[in-house]
Design a binder for this molecule. Structure first.
Ligand SMILES: [Zn+2]
Length: 90
């Protein structure tokens, strides 16, 4: 199944339908992920400990696009401009 760019913008990823927002495929798998997030900033950010998370990851079996939500505990660790992860609004 292939969607036009206009159709893709209308596609919403939802658990029930599991429609890929990138390609529109309904072929997906939910896997347990192990995600290690590093803060931006190159060498200067090496003193900041990485943030680990183990979310369920929804992977499109057609195009490989993956989607997950960070648990609130890990999300709070990366929020805020002082650690460099949150960029100012443009
Ligand atoms: Zn896809």
């Amino acid at each position: 199944m292939s969607l036009s760019r206009a159709d893709r913008s209308k596609t919403v990823v939802i658990d029930e339908g599991r429609v890929c927002f990138a390609c529109g495929s309904s072929r997906s798998s939910e896997l347990l992920g192990e995600i290690c997030l590093h803060f931006p900033g190159g060498l200067e950010s090496l003193d900041k400990p990485p943030v680990w998370a183990f979310p369920q990851v929804l992977v499109c079996l057609e195009c490989g696009t993956a989607q997950f939500s960070l648990p609130e505990e890990q999300l709070k660790l990366i929020q805020g401009k002082e650690n460099g992860a949150e960029r100012p609004a443009s």
